[in-house]
Design a protein around this ligand. Sequence first.
Ligand code: HEC
Ligand code: HEC
Ligand code: HEC
Ligand code: HEC
Length: 409
Amino acid sequence: MVKSREEAPSPRRPFVWLILALAALAILGSVLAVKDRSVLLRWSVFLSTDIGRGRAVFQKKGCIHCHAVNGMGGSIGPDLGEGKPSSVAFLVTAMWNHAPNMWAYMRAERFSYPTLDYEQTAQLVAYLYMASRLDARGDAQRGRLLFAKYRCTQCHSAARTPGPHDTTLTDPQAVRTPAAWAQAMWDSAPAMKKTMQEAGVSWPVLESSDLSDLYAYIRSRLHGSSLPPPMLGNPEKGWQLFQSYGCVDCHGLQGNGPGSPGTWRSLTFLQLGQAMWSNAPAMLAAMKERGMASPRLTGNQMDDVAAFVYTLRYFDPVGSAIVGRSVFEWRGCNRCHGKDAQGSSVAPALRGQGRNYNSISLATALWSHGPKMFERSQQLGIGWPRLQPSDVGDLLAFLNTPREQRRSP
Ligand code: HEC
Ligand code: HEC
Ligand code: HEC
Ligand code: HEC
């Protein structure tokens, strides 16, 4: 059939070619659009970014002028690091809720309003999210007592002279960062298990802030009171390691019970290390049973694995469009954008515009349109709508559901 057509070229052929060319263009266009969307999606659901870039945005946009992160930076606004309940939804709503006060401070400080595009917002949120996973400063005094209580002293001298088993803790690299310490403990677990068995010491199961305090104790001995360097983890590398070291074989990503990575993401670096340490005998036994060598982490690999684990929380919160419609009303967004987010004379339509919001694009939109929204809310005598972290998922579901009356014929 194809052949006969070739033999008898129809006069409509150029037209056919034109159609084909247009179709090819359309396909290319949609492939590019899909690719673009998958990039957006990736940014929103998977925090695969170099933390250094987020820190650079934080500095370049002047956030650091007013905010410290873990003690380093300005003090006009609150410290955004350790100890903040961190989730993407929390950061998005915190920035929104505090925006009017921040703007007031910016005016007072003669600070120009920092604009943020999508990628910068993603990097910034990733950075703040990671920063909040840092460990609180441990209690070195308590650490010293624990060091004796857990009989670490039986093998490790707290002084710089060899202990009975000639193993001192004198390597400053091992306490460079919390992750490095967690890694050193994990890597030595097989050797320690053996020596402990021989010495008749039972495996010390660490609790609460134990590892953090032990770290503070050893670190203060080797580094004095200097602050550890900022974290270095790379989530993408961490994911590779999680697979190549076989962690994923025993710890599937979908599970919810103990031993599921989903439950580790709220841990700090040291808490993660502590969980690994306390379960080391069980883990080493399980590995042996499967004929696996126990993985030794080198370089910054513990940072990478931890960084990966933290990204597991980075999925956009799920929500209900029905609840979202109520949230939109409760928070007063409807007063300007309309009940159905269809737009009004004072504010643009948000639904049915072909946009697909995720946490990051919503944060970017709120941040960049915020000053105008604020101005309108003052003109109309409406208070600034305050959002709760739990609103975000529902609002996204609502905004991303097409409006019914816009069904195309
Ligand atoms: C001119 C000073 C100033 C600048 C610049 C500034 N902020 Fe703020 N920020 C503040 C103040 C003041 C508050 C507390 C406002 C309040 O209490 O309502 C705040 C609050 C916040 C909060 C809420 C914190 C919490 O604990 O709830 C976040 C998040 C935040 N800022 C992020 C940022 C980011 C990101 C940038 C850079 C794009 C930035 N800020 C730039 C002054 C500033
Ligand atoms: C029964 C002996 C024994 C006990 C008890 C013991 N360890 Fe160890 N520890 C070892 C051995 C053996 C090594 C491996 C040394 C090596 O590889 O050179 C080690 C290595 C380490 C390392 C890695 C050192 C480095 O520089 O990489 C850390 C950290 C450590 N132990 C901390 C502790 C802590 C904290 C305790 C108490 C909770 C403890 N150990 C209890 C025997 C012990
Ligand atoms: C051969 C199987 C196996 C492999 C491989 C393995 N683990 Fe485990 N892991 C276990 C077992 C068994 C436990 C004990 C907890 C339990 O009952 O599930 C455990 C516990 C843990 C815990 C503490 C769990 C909790 O909820 O308190 C952490 C954290 C952990 N593993 C991290 C890792 C990491 C990171 C890797 C890769 C470097 C890894 N594991 C590789 C079997 C394994
Ligand atoms: C006082 C009126 C007012 C209120 C209340 C208000 N907005 Fe807005 N909103 C505006 C205006 C005006 C704009 C357009 C600003 C501009 O053009 O820069 C806007 C823009 C937006 C945008 C950006 C649209 C785009 O182009 O992507 C989003 C998203 C948004 N609003 C969401 C909300 C949400 C969610 C709430 C409730 C928490 C809310 N708004 C409450 C007036 C308001």
